[in-house]
Design a protein around this ligand. Structure first.
Ligand SMILES: Nc1nc2c(ncn2[C@@H]2O[C@H](COP(=O)(O)OP(=O)(O)OP(=O)(O)O)[C@@H](O)[C@H]2O)c(=O)[nH]1
Ligand SMILES: [Mg+2]
Length: 364
């Protein structure tokens, strides 16, 4: 199960009370004050742990608290400090104040240990309060309360696949079909204004994260359209899926050329990422027309067709897929695949999931 945000109340421990006590011994009737101090309340810490990659540990928990300090006792015996609470979170976790929405902690470094809430101070026992006037103080401090915060823990997963395409080409529709996300979809440009993530389940045991991103247009790298904010987002994704719309008024090669160009102008790292290409909305044309468009792209990229069909791709359509074996490793300059799809008719969608899952595997 995938959890990216949980709400929780956290409290540090209350300080233990100081004790009021007087020394008592046979034949010593007037013993002095000897009430010990209360222990300090436990603190709350966050620990960035690289063995954790979700927030599922916090699922179903409403309130977590560190232990209270133990009260002091007679004979100047101090109470024990309350046990601190250590909460393990994955790197990339952010802690927000849920009431004000203020970002309180940005936990990025593995191994980082950060004190979040301090336990209340323990109270002083009555022997601290003796003086020349009052030899028998009956007062001790009660110990200070801990802190309580209503927080939201958020984990921004770094997407495995970022979608790159012009506006209105069907990026959000694909995300809605392959993942648990429910992005807004509409037949106009710039429907998507902020990137969002979805988790794609592959078979019963595997999954990856896909990022829906606002459309890119010519000169996006200098801020045209929705600016460069979203290019920054895909800069953090592991791989790119170019979404080329066969029904768009720009032909398929032009779309690809401009998108590549924008990425290159924006950042060299971005344009060097491992990538693949989808031809979207293939349901809108006859097979022959779609195949012509695939041809155009394959010729433009100087690729050779291959015959392998491990993914059970429809044999009516043309497609490309890189052959990976012990002898031939991944060629980063070529797409992993070029595949016609349709989110509307669910065509090649399950193949696409498996192909993307193989693309993001790092051990080629
Ligand atoms: N025929 C057909 N239409 C599709 C397909 N996928 C998406 N559409 C339609 O294309 C339009 C745009 O879809 P979106 O998913 O919003 O496109 P987008 O790329 O996210 O657009 P922006 O967010 O504006 O960049 C909608 O009207 C969808 O219904 C498809 O496979 N076939
Ligand atoms: Mg969209």
């Amino acid at each position: 199960m995938f959890i990216d945000s949980v709400e929780l109340t956290l409290s540090s421990g209350h300080g233990g009370a100081g004790s009021v006590s007087f020394y008592r011994e046979k034949f010593v009737p007037l013993g002095g004050p000897d009430g010990g101090d209360g222990g300090k309340g436990g603190d709350v810490y966050f620990v960035v742990d690289n063995n954790t990659d979700t927030l599922s540990e916090f699922r179903g928990k409403n309130k977590l608290s560190a232990k209270n300090g133990v009260p002091g006792e007679g004979r100047k015996k101090s109470g024990k400090d309350g046990e601190s609470l250590y909460l393990k979170v994955p790197a990339g976790t952010q802690i927000y104040d849920n009431d004000t929405n203020e970002l309180l902690l940005d936990l990025v470094e593995s191994g980082q240990v950060v004190k979040f809430l301090s336990g209340g101070k323990g109270g002083l026992g009555n022997w601290h309060f003796r003086n020349s006037v009052n030899q028998k103080p009956t007062y001790a401090q009660s110990g200070l309360p801990g802190e309580t915060k209503h927080i939201r823990i958020e984990l921004k997963l770094i997407a495995d696949v970022g979608l790159v395409g012009f506006p209105n080409v069907g990026k959000s529709t694909l995300v809605s079909v392959v993942s648990n996300a429910k992005p807004q979809i509409a037949n106009y440009e710039f429907t998507t204004l902020t990137p969002s993530l979805g988790v794609v389940e592959v078979g019963d045991f595997n999954s990856f994260v896909i990022a829906d991103i606002p459309g890119i247009i010519e000169d996006a790298h200098i801020g045209k359209g929705l600016g460069i904010e979203f290019l920054k987002h895909i800069e953090r994704t592991k791989t790119l899926l170019f979404m080329i719309d066969v029904a768009n008024y720009r032909d398929v090669v032009t779309q690809y050329e401009i998108l590549r160009d924008e990425l290159e102008k924006f950042s060299a790292t971005l344009s060097k990422k491992r990538f693949a290409i989808c031809l979207t909305k293939s349901d809108t044309f006859e097979i022959d027309v779609v195949n012509e468009k695939i041809d155009e792209l394959i010729n433009y990229l100087n690729l050779q067709y291959i015959n392998s069909n491990n993914y059970k791709i429809s044999m009516d359509y043309k497609y490309f897929i890189q052959q990976l074996s012990y002898e031939s490793s991944f060629d980063e300059t070529k797409p992993y695949f070029i595949l016609p799809i349709s989110s509307a008719s669910n065509f090649h969608i399950s193949q696409l999931k498996f192909m993307l899952f193989d693309l993001i595997k790092e051990n080629y």
